[in-house]
Write a protein that binds this ligand. Sequence first.
Ligand SMILES: [Zn+2]
Length: 340
Amino acid sequence: MDLQIIEQVDPSVLQGSVEQFLEYLGHPSIIRLQGADSSRRRMLCTLLHGNEPSGLQAVFHYLQQNLQPAVDIDIVIASVTTALTKPRFSHRMLPGMRDLNRCFRPPFNDNEGRLANSILEFIRETRPECLIDLHNTSGSGPAFAVSVLRDADHLALTSLWTNDLIVTDLRLGALMELSEQNVPTVTIECGGATDRPSLMIAREGLQRYFQNEQVLAKPDENYAVTCYRNPVRLEVRPGFQVAYTDDGYCDADITLSTDADRLNYGSLPPDEPIARLGPEGMYALQAKNHLGEDVLEQYFCNRDQKLYARHTLKLFMVTTNKSIAERDCLLYFIEGGLEQ
Ligand SMILES: [Zn+2]
């Protein structure tokens, strides 16, 4: 799958809608903008997942303003075909395909792998000073950032968008793992695709990221960012079913309420049930930490066929999307321990 390079966006397209803009792109694209200082460049990537439109909307809005960015900017708009597949903006990836944000490491031998590799090659050639990968969260919830490093540059980049940074030692083949190749990279989750604040957060962060002279760490600057280290993924084992309902009986293996994403970012005390369990109880679940160890029993228990935390936990990325819950993960959690 080829990445098309667009040096100049047709101005008439910017008079239309975001969907028309997406149709105009048609394929995975890189839009290149010339900045006031062309000795440096930054990169923004968005729409790695076809059902996460806030980044694309923010880019569209930025282009409409016809501004000159502070430095050269390259904007990658990745899963254009996925987003265009009807119903539009509803597919994270196309059926039977890999999640593009798990493909930024070999093997690169399918369509998603080749696209990821083309993006990596472009980055190696152009050597941006930093990279932001802009997403929506799977469920509803506030914005936060994710990175694999937590040095001053990563805090500075985070602070343009949000005050919460999750630092993970988990390696899944995500684009943000480029931080380990000397390109400071932060994933921004600007909130749910249908949450009202998400677009505002995406737009304002993008404006700062493109227009500020300096986005990497300044000496002696203290960034007010709270870091959370190594969240654990609570996953449903393959073959087990998740249901969302507020009615009484349901025979799924895991049943959550339809507003389970209200648990996002709150403290979950041990006396608040998370889900109802089916006949197999907790066997339907696993909780892998960054070392690959299953720590389910350490953090959760089954009381009266309901799932409870053993200690107070902080949950985030709780999804209310059945297919994400079954194929990716139900939620992430960390235990207490805030790290500044
Ligand atoms: Zn995403």
